[in-house]
Design a protein around this ligand. Structure first.
Ligand SMILES: Nc1nc2c(ncn2[C@@H]2O[C@H](COP(=O)(O)OP(=O)(O)OP(=O)(O)O)[C@@H](O)[C@H]2O)c(=O)[nH]1
Ligand SMILES: [Mg+2]
Length: 327
């Protein structure tokens, strides 16, 4: 069973060994079982509405200046996650965490995390629900420090080669992205220059809707233009098309966006995901494993699976419905 311990240097989560030598480890007063609550899904009532949105404190996420110290010099794959409010940024992180903690991220397994408490915090509302999916699985993201990004850490091991990859994933309020596009405020997103890959999150339900599609395409193109303008050395971009359970964006729609990316000199690919699901035919978690695979920096593989050609769009969309796991 996965566990977490707030004691510095305690590795009970990965080794089962309690830092304070409690035997069994579960008798330690600092020990918190991670999956206990997950196992009771369906048996308990929906959590009451929080009185206020949880906001990250610096102790929950890893601040940029502490990253290298905390990671002990390990190379980390930094993902830049951008997208407007409600585009599904937090939901993707929650889905990834829940899949990993259930051992259900196909082809990958959990190896470690230095920010379990932060993951725990953002996943709280999504863990249990009864009688259908609530409207709001994750609260709007607010940060206690409105100036500097905080990162979540996950070490993920690919079953194929057993090599662990350390991911650093920021969960930022959508307003930070909107401020970049609309007010040219990009100072808080400076870390994007150093990112290995960018996930540009776009609401797939809007891209699929006849009335909202044009606006969503226009806005996504604007994001690509601004990203390239403010961060000329932009790393490769994965266009993450969210809410695949609620609609499928057409190839033509996606091609319009990809064409803009290519014209701007951006290396861009597409991945559709369904972090949660209100549709029995599209399991929650669909596309998340493929997103991790494409983000792992395995450029050769990524190129095979997701070349930025029109042929590829069908592949990305086709992937919806395959490999998904119910959370
Ligand atoms: N049906 C469905 N709903 C989703 C999915 N992803 C997100 N949602 C819903 O959309 C809501 C908002 O998603 P978030 O991930 O919190 O949005 P965000 O981009 O983090 O928004 P901000 O924090 O405001 O920037 C969630 O609470 C879910 O209820 C999905 O794949 N399927
Ligand atoms: Mg959010």
């Amino acid at each position: 069973m996965l566990a977490e311990c707030p004691q510095e240097n305690c590795t009970v989560g990965t080794t089962g060994q309690c830092l304070l030598n409690h035997e069994p480890a579960a008798t330690c007063p600092h020990y918190t079982a991670l999956s206990e609550a997950l196992e009771t899904r369906g048996e308990e009532e929906l959590l009451p509405e929080p009185e206020q949105n949880p906001s990250f404190s610096s102790s929950n996420t890893l601040t940029e200046d502490r990253l290298s110290y905390l990671m002990g010099g390990r190379y980390c794959t930094m993902v830049g996650i951008v997208g407007p409010p409600d585009s599904g940024k937090t939901a993707a992180l929650v889905s990834l965490y829940l899949l990993l903690s259930h051992g259900r991220l196909q082809g990958f397994e959990y190896a470690d995390s230095r920010s379990l408490m932060a993951f725990d915090e953002i996943s709280r509302g999504a863990r249990r629900w009864t009688g259908g999916m609530p409207q709001q699985m994750t609260p709007h993201t607010e940060l206690s420090d409105d100036r500097a990004a905080g990162f979540l850490h996950l070490r993920i091991r690919a079953a194929q080669d057993n090599v662990p990859v350390d991911f650093l994933l920021p969960d930022l309020p959508g307003e930070w992205s909107t401020a970049m596009v609309e007010e040219s405020r990009h100072d808080r997103l400076a870390f994007l220059e150093r990112a290995d890959v960018i996930w540009l999150m776009v609401d797939g339900a809007r891209l699929a809707s006849p009335t909202q599609r044009q606006g969503a395409i226009h806005r996504t193109k604007l994001y690509l233009q601004r990203l390239k303008e403010f961060f000329p050395d932009l790393p490769r971009v994965i266009l993450v098309v969210t809410r695949a359970d609620l609609g499928t964006a057409s190839e033509k729609t996606l091609q319009t966006i990809l064409t803009e990316g290519v014209a701007l000199g951006i290396e861009i690919t597409v991945q559709a995901i369904s972090s949660f699901s209100a549709n029995a035919e599209v399991p929650a978690g669909t596309g998340i494993a493929e997103l991790i695979e494409a983000s792992m920096g395995k450029q050769a593989n990524a190129a095979v699976f997701w070349p930025s050609s029109s042929d590829n769009i069908g592949r990305a969309i086709e992937n919806v419905g395959r490999g998904g796991v119910e959370i």
